[in-house]
Design a protein around this ligand. Structure first.
Ligand SMILES: *[C@@H]1O[C@H](CO)[C@@H](O)[C@H](O)[C@H]1NC(C)=O
Ligand SMILES: *[C@@H]1O[C@H](CO)[C@@H](O)[C@H](O)[C@H]1NC(C)=O
Ligand SMILES: *[C@@H]1O[C@H](CO)[C@@H](O)[C@H](O)[C@H]1NC(C)=O
Ligand SMILES: *[C@@H]1O[C@H](CO)[C@@H](O)[C@H](O)[C@H]1NC(C)=O
Ligand SMILES: *[C@@H]1O[C@H](CO)[C@@H](O)[C@H](O)[C@H]1NC(C)=O
Length: 900
């Protein structure tokens, strides 16, 4: 299907979007089309021990140096192998595009007997050949299209010419096998011949992770098997811009009214930089559409165009027709796109179905959530936030919504957490959970028919979750204790390092343990055990199947035990369902869980109690809320935990003891006090001032009240993902398709879209002076030229220069050498609630190195700043040259910095 458009300056047509990459290899032999073939034969080298997410530091081609010729007879050391060395083997690509990689000669049972799951994690490098055939009748006007590469359950791939040295550009695979994934768009590294076949090497990194692929025993196997799927084809889209309808976002209509105000249209630019400038629909439909903001889609990028929907009367059609206008220079495209909608009828006491609502995450990203209505209307009750497990797609799979027992008085709110994996319910996933709740409250308040069912968005919530979502329930509750009334974490793991230990880390064989501990501070914010002090007054019912082969049952027992250690009288119950596995239909649908929920609802607000003594623990202030009104907003030494111990001495006197705190606050409407002793000195506060009072340390442990309320916006590189708008990726002005910085931006944009449904706007450095562009969200400046368009804070020991050396701290001298990359977090030039990342390097290889460290997944050890060199290829984080965290307010933080 080709859609032709009204146009003013040029003729463009929209090819049907969906056909662009149907599954399987395309075998067309069109006269005018380029064709690509993947060899069936794959050379395989492995296995090598690796810890989870280490492949972001180690070369994906480890142990190979791709600048050198490959010797298929060479052997390599590996502690997994009999005799201590591995040789090349091979695998055959099946017709369905699947590769099964396993190493049956390894005595896995013996390794796991002592090392457990850690010993099953392994890395392998795979190599094969791509053959590119020119069209039978080449015409000068058809340039070679980009390849569309879909790699599933592999971590990285690169395509290189057979001969001649080329810096590998690593593209990430869809290692989680995430839903609705678009392929990577890859330009060939060299122009292929137009009259004969040209061969290229394709390299792939295969990394077995227990969390992703499971224990082989639970699949009836003794050995771990990687099932990698790869498909490569040329982009045969004919139009400049194509619809990617898998990326569309639309809400349900309930009794002919939209359950939300957001819709989104997935569009991909095949050629050129386009800006969506207008959207409309036939006003007689009763719908009124507005573009949330002009949306620029650069070549090779897909964006979900944000459209706000308002309604003046019922709309009962099966689809919405939108007229979109796109411009690029003097060219214009006008196209009509049809967006199918599901019409539901209203819920009743006995009949309901899960409802898909939508809202704009971070002001402009159309986002779905699901809601289950209560049986009865009435005054607002605490809603129940239900966090799904890893890999569970709540948009198209009914499983999770169907597993939840409908409540009589409370809404269930089921957020996506951005995607089925998201960021393990941290960062943007947590923000999405809260925002979905507010969105439901807004939707119900906006329609008179739904008012009797309305929500109060200030009421604390009940949080439940399963597996990764159970972990998320612990996480959300212990970071935002005042917003949570009680939790039911089921089959929850404590933290990733306890789930699969890091004992077989390669980096740890080479690195100074003090440097390693600084890098590992970027895991601290996710370590749920360390934050259980914050839950001593929160009712908890932990649930676990006694025979869980996915998340071991000891995790829930341990969490409950830690809580009891902090408060022997804690309201923590633990239910172990003997003999049950990871999931069973009565995880939540049992009388104990429903009674726990109903009691919390019935006794609200009386259910909230406060111990006379408690302690608040915080790692990243910007991602932490208050406990009984007390909130930590800045640490003295970020990277270490901050703690605030509060003891009620008498009715109105309170003693507070701090550890590693720079600023904190108390809300006296929640915690009533006027007589405060902090670290044994009385601090005078204005008795007439009810509300939030801020305290600041003028010297270590010497406190005064303050008007300074700014929250620390650093703590680890990953905080950049918690952007309040599209991430702005800044690249040099020269946007040649092959330019490395542009390629890095396209790859980051793709990965943010795939892993987190986070939107990006790519701009040129000359546009960086434009506040309209820069103030949209957090910023990532890619490369020396883009970084140099920003003025670097003078407290920071790095200077952004377009030259090929990096200025490093103490003594302030240029850091030079091959393949060195630097990335650091920095304050946002315009927004007080934002931050930015700068990436610099001494050469192209150095930029690739830091681009791979952009923390797209959890568990990547990147604190606030880091310099890394070529040793990382074989030694992982052992190749880090310097790293650290900023002090309070972006200052140098000596105890948390390491320089070689
Ligand atoms: C094929 O390649 C040759 C050499 O690069 C070039 O001179 C010629 O114009 C090309 N032909 C077509 C049809 O593109
Ligand atoms: C957008 O399109 C509608 C319908 O064609 C038109 O009425 C409106 O003026 C356009 N808005 C802009 C800003 O061009
Ligand atoms: C919960 O269990 C009851 C039977 O005890 C069953 O009737 C009901 O359908 C179940 N609900 C869900 C959501 O599975
Ligand atoms: C705080 O406590 C004092 C003394 O008990 C009382 O007079 C005042 O009303 C309380 N304030 C709040 C906000 O509860
Ligand atoms: C890879 O090999 C090239 C060519 O021999 C060499 O210059 C380079 O230093 C090697 N890289 C590493 C990280 O060893």
């Amino acid at each position: 299907m080709v859609r032709c458009s009204v146009y003013s300056f040029a003729v463009f047509c929209f090819a049907s979007a969906m056909s662009a990459y149907a599954d399987g290899q395309s075998a067309f032999t069109s006269e005018s089309r380029w064709n690509v073939e993947v060899s069936k034969h794959w050379d395989v080298l492995g296995p090598f021990p690796i810890q989870a997410r280490e492949q972001h530091f180690i070369s994906p081609s480890f142990p190979l140096n791709l600048s050198e010729p490959i010797d298929l007879d060479k052997t390599w050391p590996s502690s997994y192998a009999n005799g201590g060395r591995v040789t090349w083997s091979f695998a055959i690509l099946e017709d369905n595009g699947e590769l099964e990689i396993s190493f049956p000669d390894i005595r896995w049972e013996s390794l796991r007997a002592t090392e457990g799951w850690a010993a099953l994690q392994h890395h392998a490098v795979l190599r094969s050949t791509l053959t590119v055939h020119p069209p039978l009748n080449p015409s000068k006007s058809t340039p070679v299209p980009r390849l569309l590469v879909q790699l599933i359950q592999g971590s990285y791939f690169t395509i290189l010419p057979k001969s001649g040295r080329r810096e590998p550009r690593w593209y990430s695979g869809n290692i989680y096998a995430m839903e609705r994934a678009l392929p990577q768009e890859v330009p060939l590294p060299t122009t292929p011949s137009n009259d004969s076949a040209t061969q290229y090497d394709i390299f792939l990194s295969g990394d077995y992770e227990i969390r992703l692929f499971g224990d082989p025993h639970s699949q009836g196997r003794k050995i771990p098997v990687q099932s990698i799927s790869i498909s490569v084809k040329f982009d045969d889209a004919l139009a400049s811009v194509v619809r990617e309808s898998t990326q569309d976002v639309v809400c349900n209509f309930v009794d002919s009214f939209a359950f939300g105000d957001a819709i989104g249209i997935g569009l991909r630019s095949v050629h050129g930089w386009w800006t969506v400038t207008n959207v409309s629909t036939d006003p007689s439909s009763g719908l009124f559409l507005t573009l949330v903001r002009p949306t620029r889609i650069v070549e090779g990028q897909t964006r979900i165009v944000p459209v706000r929907i308002t309604q003046t009367r019922p709309f009962s059609q099966a689809s919405i027709d939108l007229k979109l206008t796109l411009t690029s220079g003097a060219s214009e495209i006008v196209t009509i796109e049809s967006l199918p909608v599901d019409q539901l009828s209203g819920w009743t006491e006995s009949v309901y179905s899960p409802i898909k609502g939508t809202y704009f995450y971070a002001r402009s990203m159309p986002t779905v959530f699901t809601a289950l209505p209560p049986r009865y209307s009435g005054p607002p009750k605490p809603p129940i936030l239900a966090l799904h497990g890893a890999g569970v797609d709540i948009v198209e799979q009914p499983f999770w919504a169907d597993a939840l027992p409908r409540n009589s008085y409370s809404w269930f709110v089921i957020p996506t957490g951005r995607t089925s994996w998201g960021l393990d319910w941290h960062g943007p996933s947590t923000k999405d959970a809260w925002a979905s709740l507010y969105a439901l409250a807004t939707i119900l308040a906006a329609n008179r028919a739904w008012l009797p069912w309305k929500l109060d968005q200030n009421i604390p919530v009940i949080v439940l979750g399963h597996s990764n979502g159970g972990q998320g329930a612990w996480y959300v509750a212990s970071r935002y204790p005042d917003r949570v009334l009680g939790i039911i974490p089921a089959a929850a793991y404590i933290k990733s390092q306890s789930y699969v230990p890091l004992t077989l880390s390669r980096s740890a064989r080479f690195i100074d343990p003090i440097l390693l501990s600084i890098l590992e501070t970027s895991l601290t914010p996710d370590n749920n055990d360390l934050f259980l002090t914050n839950l001593v007054d929160t009712p908890v019912l932990a649930v676990h199947g006694g025979n869980d082969d996915n998340v071991p049952v000891w995790h829930s027992r341990e969490s409950a035990g830690i809580l009891e250690n902090w408060n022997p009288a804690a309201n923590v119950a633990y239910r172990e369902d003997a003999g049950q596995g990871h999931w069973y239909s009565t995880v939540f649908n049992n009388t104990q869980v429903t009674a726990f929920i109903d009691d919390l609802i019935a006794s609200y607000p009386a259910a909230i109690i406060s111990s006379s003594k408690f302690m608040l623990t915080v790692s990243i202030p910007a991602e932490s809320g208050s406990l009984h009104g007390w909130r930590i907003v800045a640490l003295t030494i970020p990277g270490r935990l901050g703690r605030l111990r509060v003891e009620r001495a008498s009715d109105l006197a309170v003693r507070v003891y701090t550890s590693n705190l720079q600023r904190f606050s108390v809300d006296t409407t929640i915690y009533n006090t006027s007589n405060v002793y902090i670290d044994n000195s009385k601090v005078y506060i204005d008795k007439d001032k009810a509300g939030i009072i801020h305290f600041e340390a003028v010297e270590p442990k010497v406190w005064k009240t303050s008007t300074q309320s700014g929250t620390q916006l650093s703590g680890r590189m990953q905080t950049v993902l918690s952007s309040n708008g599209p991430l702005v990726l800044v690249i040099p002005d020269d946007t040649d398709t092959y330019r490395q910085e542009f390629s890095v931006a396209q790859r980051i944009a793709h990965d943010l879209g795939l892993y987190h449904r986070l939107d990006t706007e790519i701009i040129r450095s000359s546009e960086a002076s434009d506040a309209e562009f820069l103030s949209q969200g957090n910023i990532v400046a890619i490369g020396n030229e883009a970084s140099a368009s920003f003025v670097v804070n003078e407290k920071i020991p790095f200077e952004a220069k377009t030259s090929q050396h990096l200025i490093s701290y103490e003594p302030q001298q240029p850091l030079d050498g091959p393949e060195i990359g630097l990335l650091f977090l920095h304050s946002h030039p315009l927004k007080v609630d934002g931050n930015m990342v700068m990436m610099q390097s001494t050469d192209a290889a150095g930029l690739e190195r830091v681009a791979r460290l952009f923390p797209i997944r959890t568990g990547i050890l990147v604190p606030d700043w880091l310099i890394v060199g070529p040793l990382a290829d074989s030694q992982g984080a052992g190749g880090v040259i310097s790293a650290g965290l900023w002090g309070s307010d972006w200052s140098w933080n000596d105890p948390m910095s390491w320089t070689s």
